[in-house]
Write a protein that binds this ligand. Structure first.
Ligand code: SF4
Ligand code: SF4
Length: 332
């Protein structure tokens, strides 16, 4: 194992940014990783997460800094130029800020079924290392969560992290409250470490990845309109919730559907698309056409509500949602 000092930036830090969505355990993964470095490897370390409402599916960013034991970490600012970006959900790669600031020889780890060269083409990365791990598949098979598989891939990619230190922290963390999950999570960690695909891409270009920009509010104390007037009421027609799905999606089997609307009453995002047709007596009734996957966050509540198994859970594969999306007509 090599020492941290070989990998630090100008300030003496090794910086990791995890991009995730609520429910995938990135916050806990960041905490475990920092603890492994501090408690069992003698580094200085810090970690913190930012998220909105603590709701499954909302964006989560976790930052971890490591430094040598002689250098104190006094910064708690968001990480703008990480040496490592860890993406817990492939759909997040579509968001502008996900890759922001990655250094030109940095490493990107993605939870995906794809191979590194496919990811490279998808995001237009010029140089650096891409590590792909199918963390969701591993987590499903081991009955655990993706975060420990991602920790395995991180241990594989970061030479100064000690596998045994991370295993010890996983054991400490889970044995306190969920002792029965220790073995599954250690298995998940090992599989994440051993089943990842790594590829290094070289380039002559100097600057490559998107720059980091700190988001700020458009309206503040100096710019907001007087009287609380809402000048742009907005709507959610362009909203794409695909990044909120955690790898599963409902499939609609129209032959089994009795058009009872139980799914529609349950769905929090009004994903079900209906049309009016006439039965053989000439009476109009509502007929379910399918699901508009643009708005589906994959909560799977509709599946529990359906009395006829016309909806079932499937693993989301590349392109499924676009291919099977039923779009609402303007009049519906
Ligand atoms: S999984 Fe079902 S209930 Fe949940 S958002 Fe998608 S369509 Fe709606
Ligand atoms: S709950 Fe099931 S049967 Fe009822 S409308 Fe929805 S998909 Fe069809």
């Amino acid at each position: 194992m090599t020492h941290l000092s070989m990998y630090v930036n100008m300030e003496g830090f090794y910086e990791i940014r995890m991009e995730s969505i609520g429910g995938l355990g990135a916050n806990l993964a960041g905490k475990m990783l920092a603890e492994a470095g501090v408690l069992y490897q003698g580094y200085n370390g810090s970690n913190f997460s930012s998220y909105g409402s603590e709701k499954k599916g909302t964006p989560v960013t976790t930052c971890i800094r490591f430094s040598d034991s002689e250098l104190e970490i006094r910064s708690s600012s968001p990480i703008e130029k990480p040496q490592l970006i860890v993406v817990f959900h492939e759909s997040l790669l579509r968001t502008e800020k996900c890759m922001a600031g990655l250094t030109k020889d940095g490493t990107l780890i993605v939870n995906t079924e794809k191979k590194p060269d496919e990811i490279r083409k998808m995001i237009g990365l010029q140089s650096g290392t891409i590590v792909c791990v199918n963390a969701l598949k591993i987590a499903v098979e081991e009955k655990s969560r993706v975060n420990t598989a991602m920790l395995g891939a991180i241990c594989h990619a970061v030479p100064f992290l000690d596998e045994q230190a991370v295993i010890q922290v996983i054991t400490d963390t889970f044995s306190k409250k969920y002792a029965a999950l220790v073995f599954a999570n250690i298995q998940t960690f090992h599989r994440g470490m051993n089943e990842c695909h790594v590829q290094i891409f070289e380039s002559n270009h100097e600057e490559i990845q998107a720059t980091f920009s700190r988001s700020s509010s458009i309206l503040g104390y100096a710019t907001q309109p007087l009287g609380g007037a809402i000048i742009n009421p907005g709507n959610s027609t362009l909203r794409d919730l695909s990044a909120s799905r955690s790898g599963y999606i409902p499939e609609f089997l129209s032959d089994a559907c009795i058009h009872c609307a139980a799914c529609d009453l349950t769905c929090p995002d009004m994903c079900f698309v209906w049309t009016t047709i006439q039965d053989h007596h000439g009476r109009s009734f509502q007929h379910l056409l399918g699901i508009d996957y643009q708005y589906c966050k994959g909560c799977l509540r509709c599946i529990h509500a359906c009395p006829t198994e016309a909806l079932r859970t499937i693993r989301e594969t590349d392109g499924f949602a676009d291919e099977h999306r039923v779009m609402r007509s303007v009049n519906s």
